[in-house]
Write a new protein. Structure first.
Length: 180
């Protein structure tokens, strides 16, 4: 058995899980989510817990077993608590401004950059340099954070750019002849 796949998923109060034809629906206070179930797997619900089971023992079934369990667990966590991702902007004159569901970035280019947030993702900006993204879908949130970071990734010489809050930028020394 998959060590991840065999673990039961506890469903907190306020979250409803509905198992239908080929999909699992999860509803909570922060939204709703649906996950497709592969043919080789079955999902059962009993006593406030959801369990994923597989029919055979092939390599693909074993990998899908753990994957589906984690996707359902992430959906349950997302609709009940949500997920958060924090990005930092470093650089002189680099800043961000929130306008509705669009973020306006000034990142040292000759033009400002407008970034449209996808549905379900909310942003909060502190001190014009700290962006906090929040949403119920972990995959969409991570993809949005990666797209924002890609606008101006941190460079290794001065550390300017957009980075994740927990990311460490490996700094390089400049030219040896510049100091002489």
């Amino acid at each position: 058995m998959s060590r991840v796949g065999r673990l039961p998923i506890s469903v907190p109060d306020g979250v409803t899980v509905s198992i239908g034809d080929g999909s699992v629906g999860v509803k909570g206070s922060r939204g709703e989510s649906a996950i497709a179930i592969p043919e080789q797997l079955t999902v059962e619900q009993a006593d406030g817990k959801v369990v994923v089971k597989r029919e055979g023992d092939s390599r693909q079934e074993r990998s899908l077993h753990g994957l589906l369990r984690v996707l359902i667990a992430n959906a349950v966590t997302g609709v009940s608590q949500g997920f958060t991702r924090v990005l930092e902007i470093n650089g002189v004159g680099f800043r961000a401004e929130l306008k509705g569901d669009t973020i306006l970035f000034n990142l040292g280019f000759s033009h400002p950059i407008l970034f449209q947030l996808p549905d379900g993702v909310k942003a909060k900006i502190d001190k014009q340099t700290l962006i906090t993204l929040d949403g119920p879908d972990r995959q969409v949130l991570g993809q949005t954070a990666a797209q924002i970071r890609e606008l101006r990734p941190p460079e290794p010489y001065k550390g300017k750019g957009i980075k994740y809050a927990e990311e460490r930028v490996r700094r390089k020394a400049g030219k040896a002849g510049a100091a002489a």
